[in-house]
Design a protein around this ligand. Sequence first.
Ligand SMILES: NC(=O)c1ccc[n+]([C@@H]2O[C@H](COP(=O)([O-])OP(=O)(O)OC[C@H]3O[C@@H](n4cnc5c(N)ncnc54)[C@H](OP(=O)(O)O)[C@@H]3O)[C@@H](O)[C@H]2O)c1
Length: 249
Amino acid sequence: MKIAVAGATGTVGRYVVDVARERGHRLVLLSRRAGHDLTSGDVSAALAGVDAIVDVLGIQTLSRRRATRFFEATSDTLHRSGARAGVPHLVALSIVGIDGVDSSYYGAKLAHERAVETGILPHTVLRAAQFHEFARQTVSRGAFGPVVIVPKARLRPVAAHEVAGELVRVAEGDPAGRATDLVGPRDEILWDMVRAVLAQDGSRRPARQIALPGRMGAAMASGRLRGTDEVRRGVVTFSEWLRSAGVPR
Ligand SMILES: NC(=O)c1ccc[n+]([C@@H]2O[C@H](COP(=O)([O-])OP(=O)(O)OC[C@H]3O[C@@H](n4cnc5c(N)ncnc54)[C@H](OP(=O)(O)O)[C@@H]3O)[C@@H](O)[C@H]2O)c1
């Protein structure tokens, strides 16, 4: 198969590229660093002969407005360009447990799902829990001066590599609307995950746990992002990941 990865240079996107390559697929890499800004324009030429697009695009903001604009614009580009190129399947990655959390970044992810679901191309949305890599993303993105700000969160994190495997498996199949949610094998507290990566990196940066305000913060703290029982479960625990692949790529 020929698979286009939108967000090919990102945390999960790089694993999607690795896994798809290991399974013998041909690849088209889409991201700004790969020469394509997907917020506007037409990438139908790059999508010629593509059998599935995997959308693992992301934007680093908590602003619902900014993130919604981003996901609506990039989904529109992928749908329109994909339709022109005759692509039969768009696969998009979303987040487990965000129903009813229509605010901040999660509000934008709900808008992302709607944009994927109402566009021209047949689609499948896969929701995954936070990645094990989310701990290190929190360290790099949650800085307040030297202090690492850690949202209070009960999670069921999963290795980005396993999410990538599931995305490629979904892309190899027919459009299904919604795939079964994917979560990790064990519950974790984000605070413990962050302290573990700081220790592994030999970092002495101070960290503070705070309850994020608003519905997004409440959802993180409540544990609802761990999903229900009707899920697929990854097998790699956070501590196994940290011991093996838990170093930045
Ligand atoms: N992180 C998690 O724990 C987690 C859990 C579940 C679901 N998700 C979802 O998974 C998706 C990917 O997350 P991630 O953490 O892998 O994101 P990430 O590391 O921030 O990667 C984002 C990707 O999007 C590309 N990108 C950004 N702006 C672009 C633009 N204008 N045009 C083209 N490409 C653009 C980036 O590449 P360039 O900079 O080269 O453009 C990069 O490849 C997100 O939608 C997120 O909501 C994340």
